[in-house]
Design a protein around this ligand. Structure first.
Ligand SMILES: CC(C)(COP(=O)(O)OP(=O)(O)OC[C@H]1O[C@@H](n2cnc3c(N)ncnc32)[C@H](O)[C@@H]1OP(=O)(O)O)[C@@H](O)C(=O)NCCC(=O)NCCS
Length: 182
């Protein structure tokens, strides 16, 4: 689905626009994903070299597919012509679980702690609800205390622990699953 722009003022008074990333902006999104994953891969779902290898054409297809979906979307946080954060709803379009959304978020380190994560999550939740989602879920590494605090502030409930579900830097690590019912 396509989400039109909404502006948001960060705690440092800079203005960011939250909107769908267009397929024609695949390079901008890749630039963001490469920075965010180099900085925060331990908290995210793919190693940095996944993003280094992904081509602009492949990312363009992913973004097009999201645009054409009923409920999936990729929202970018745009600042001065760059993408500095992304939040996505990776739902299923055609299954008994089509009313479930799966949320993932990443913001570059330079923009943490300015209220952007909360604004992006609230906007993503609002748009997911409007699109007919009944439930959202996400997973978060048990050591990612900042993200956990954000999700709990927004009303997500802990479902349980996925034990040793990711293998990172030579170690199995646990994740919590959280969900939210509209
Ligand atoms: C997690 C992340 C999205 C938070 O975004 P952010 O813009 O830094 O967070 P915000 O400034 O909007 O903070 C909103 C709330 O989240 C919580 N929070 C965010 N960072 C926190 C931290 N480091 N420690 C404690 N609480 C934190 C607080 O409750 C805060 O509310 P408050 O300002 O009233 O205290 C961001 O740090 C990020 O992208 N990190 C790297 C990737 C990642 O971890 N993604 C999540 C994967 S599950």
């Amino acid at each position: 689905m396509i989400i039109e722009g909404k502006s948001f003022v960060l705690k440092n008074n800079t203005q960011v626009i939250l909107r769908s990333v267009k397929p024609s902006e695949a390079q901008l999104f890749l630039d963001h994903a490469r920075i965010a994953h180099r900085e925060s891969y331990r908290n995210l779902n793919r190693p940095p070299d996944y993003w280094d290898k992904l081509t602009v054409e492949e990312e363009e297809k992913i973004l097009k597919n999201m645009e054409e979906s009923k409920r999936r979307f990729m929202l970018g946080a745009f600042l001065n012509g760059k993408v500095i954060g992304g939040v996505a709803n990776f739902g299923h379009d055609q299954s008994f679980q089509e009313f479930n959304g799966m949320i993932g978020i990443s913001i570059q380190n330079a923009y943490h702690g300015l209220g952007l994560g909360e604004a992006m999550m609230r906007f993503a939740m609002e748009k997911s609800k409007e699109s007919g989602c009944h439930r959202l879920e996400l997973t978060v590494r048990t050591y990612n205390t900042g993200a956990i605090a954000l999700y709990e502030k927004l009303g997500f409930k802990k479902v349980g622990t996925l034990r040793e579900t990711a293998f990172i830097d030579g170690q199995f690590v646990d994740e919590y699953m959280y969900d939210y019912l509209f």
